[in-house]
Design a protein around this ligand. Structure first.
Ligand code: GLY
Ligand code: MN
Ligand code: MN
Length: 439
């Protein structure tokens, strides 16, 4: 059956027009992602390339978008042909004719004609805009097409002299989300928030971490979303492993459970972390660390506003944490000393956020000319400070193996910011209501 993509495909033609305006001249050649074998004849779940999707809304493998730039830009899709036999086994394919209509291309051809048509399309273009160095096989194909143009030189055509990485311009465009994107990301934030609430209610001592992961997936799937990345469900000491993915351990009542889980909705990610006591209230030590990370996160979110540098909210988060680490006797000295020496990194060793969008760690530079990129309306960042206390001779024993991270998704708005994951509870009172069956 033809999938309903109406919500996902509207803005793509406008984005192609914007890219054409930005690049001015030449030809864009952008492939989607390949299918990847998992084992034997099984593939990993297919995920299209994010740049390609941003420009096309097209989700089938084996597709390439070509754009002839200039005063009257033209977009051409190469995709799989319709094939009743394959569609019986694998499902619907648009085929060039229907893809052209549905996705508003000027022309569309079977992907099998790409090699034959490209040398002609590239002839007399000054520049090829394509991903450079992302995939050796792709680079070789581009070189082959260039040689195809050069082979026609006696008929008077010239080959492009310049090859530029189209991802630089696309990444800069993707940094500022349009209204369509922020609407999807807001919804992705709501769904993931509901999943975290479900987990807070569900988790009990004696269960395995993967049982909680199943609850998260239940909530994602029932809203038409999937996991944006492998969910981290880390109880007890596992919370101090930053990229913990086993999710196998038996949980103990009263231990903390750190869940880093977000969903992907129409290709847009949410990325939320919450930490809560399993079927219980926070212990005194847990609460001390939790309240510190929460204070750091709230202060950092406040620093997300237009004109601030991308690095500013990290600095704010670190300052609050450093003060707290001294108060908790994790670090010695002054706040400035703990920051300058980097001593805080024993307990907080990652940065406080990243761009979020089609990719969880989304496209876009963080620095420009050696300075942090300035935040602007339409950008989306995560704000995710944490504290991870591994046992050690100079570490107060009461705090051993406590790991806390709190992560929200924050849209920069003209007046400041809007937390897209605000439905996900994070105050001690709200969390305890859920973990003790009162909420
Ligand atoms: N979930 C990946 C991250 O927080 O960056
Ligand atoms: Mn994150
Ligand atoms: Mn995360």
């Amino acid at each position: 059956m033809k999938p309903d993509l109406s919500i996902a495909m509207k803005p793509h033609a406008a984005r192609r027009a914007a890219l054409a305006r930005a690049l001015k001249a030449g030809i864009v050649i952008l492939p989607t992602a390949p299918e990847v074998t998992r084992n034997a004849d099984s593939h990993y779940d297919y995920r299209w390339d994010s740049h390609f999707y941003y420009l096309t809304g097209f989700r089938e493998p084996e597709a390439v978008v070509v754009m002839k730039l200039g005063r009257k830009p033209k977009s051409i899709l190469f995709c799989r042909e319709k094939n009743l036999e394959r569609e019986i086994w694998e499902g619907w394919r648009f085929g060039p004719a229907m893809a052209k209509e549905s996705f508003r291309f000027d022309e569309a051809y079977p992907i099998s004609e790409l090699d034959q048509r490209l040398p002609t399309l590239m002839a007399d273009e000054p520049t090829v805009h394509t991903p450079v160095g992302a995939d050796g096989g792709w680079d070789a194909r581009v070189t082959g097409w260039l040689n195809g143009v050069r082979a026609q030189s006696r008929s008077g055509v010239t080959a492009p002299e310049e090859i530029r990485d189209v991802r630089a311009t696309l990444s800069a465009m993707r940094l500022i989300k349009d209204g369509h994107e922020t609407a999807l990301m807001r919804r992705a934030g709501e769904i993931a928030s509901a999943a975290h609430v479900r987990a807070m209610r569900f988790a009990k001592g004696g269960q395995r971490e993967y049982e909680v992961e199943a609850e998260l997936m239940h909530e994602f799937l029932r809203h038409g979303a999937g996991a944006a990345y492998g969910s981290i469900v880390a109880s007890g000491a596992n919370a101090c492993v930053l990229h913990y993915r086993e999710n196998q351990a038996e949980m103990r009542t009263g231990d903390l459970l750190l869940i880093d889980a977000g969903c992907e909705l129409y290709s847009y990610a949410s990325d939320i972390t919450r930490t809560f006591p399993i079927g219980a209230k926070f212990s005194g030590a847990q609460k001390d660390v939790y309240e510190l990370v929460l204070a750091s996160q709230l202060a950092a979110i406040k620093a997300v506003k237009p004109g601030a540098g991308f690095g500013d909210f990290h600095d704010v988060a670190v300052k609050v944490l450093a003060r707290g680490f001294i108060d908790l006797k994790l670090c010695k000295g002054t706040v400035d000393g703990v920051i300058e020496s980097g001593a805080f990194r024993q307990f907080y060793m990652h940065r406080t956020g990243h761009w979020l969008g089609l990719d969880v760690h989304d496209a876009g530079d963080y620095k420009s000319g050696g300075k942090w990129v300035k935040l602007a309306p339409g950008m989306v960042v995560t704000v995710e400070p944490g504290c991870y206390i591994r046992p050690g001779p100079k570490v107060p024993k009461a705090l051993w193996n406590i790991g806390v991270r709190i992560e929200d998704d924050v849209l920069v708005t003209p007046k400041g910011h809007d937390v897209l994951s605000k439905d996900c509870p994070k105050s001690v009172t709200d969390i305890e209501a859920l973990t003790t069956g009162r909420g």
